[in-house]
Ligand binder design. Structure first.
Ligand SMILES: Cc1cc2nc3c(=O)[nH]c(=O)nc-3n(C[C@H](O)[C@H](O)[C@H](O)COP(=O)(O)O)c2cc1C
Length: 196
């Protein structure tokens, strides 16, 4: 396996706040990463999941090394990716630790199942992906986790939850397509609607 780490040499001309401001424009699909097994579980809301390769099926996610889920992922070597539906905003909020919720308490109020890895997978997610850790790359405050996909639970649902400019937004293809047809606009793929 090849790994090339360059010594970066060009002085950056950007402050952290400026970079953060630029990244607010990047629309992110919202997922919950689940970690651990049985009662020793936690999870976190992320937007940093992306597909790495289809053959073999693999994905990446960047996780803050201070997050409570990271030691669980490192210890068990497995994790779940639960891609949230538009009506699962409350689950996204629970998994940011809102209201001081920690560990297994974040999981109450939703239904969970397991596959080969044993990590909790959200019943009713747009898709739930069971993963084994293939590689981790620690960089700056975060760790990039490469997950080998073990199993996928797909649903028929499509309306997705996204995060954009510091807010949760729903992306509902069916409803927006119908609305676009009503106003006879030329074709557009996706329309973003604010939270209800
Ligand atoms: C919309 C949204 C996206 C987030 N994406 C990430 C992410 O990609 N990686 C990350 O480390 N933290 C991300 N966070 C922050 C984590 O959800 C949060 O730090 C974590 O749940 C707190 O973990 P802990 O209380 O378990 O330590 C995101 C938060 C929000 C609200």
């Amino acid at each position: 396996m090849n790994s090339v780490v360059r010594n970066v040499s060009i002085e950056p001309a950007v402050a952290a706040a400026e970079f953060r401001g630029a990244m607010r424009h990047l629309t992110g699909g919202v997922s919950v990463i689940t970690a651990g097994r049985a009662k020793d579980i936690s999870g976190m809301t992320v937007t940093s999941v992306s597909s790495l390769s289809v053959e073999p099926p693999s994905l990446i996610v960047s996780i803050n090394r201070a997050a409570s889920s990271w030691p669980l992922i490192a210890r068990h070597g497995v994790f779940g990716v639960n891609i949230l539906a538009a009506d699962q905003r409350d689950i996204a909020e629970r998994f940011t630790g809102k209201g001081g919720l920690k560990g297994a308490d974040r999981f109450t109020g939703a239904e969970w199942t397991t596959r080969a890895s044993g990590v909790p997978l959200l019943v009713g997610a747009l898709a739930a992906v069971d993963c084994e850790v293939e590689e981790t790359i620690e960089r700056h405050s975060h760790v990039i986790v490469i997950g080998r996909v073990l199993d996928v639970i797909a649903s028929e649902r499509t309306a997705a939850l996204a995060y954009w400019h510091g807010e949760y937004v729903a992306i509902d293809h069916e409803e927006d397509a119908a609305r676009l047809a009503e106003v006879s606009l030329p074709s557009r793929h996706v329309h973003v609607r604010g939270p209800r």
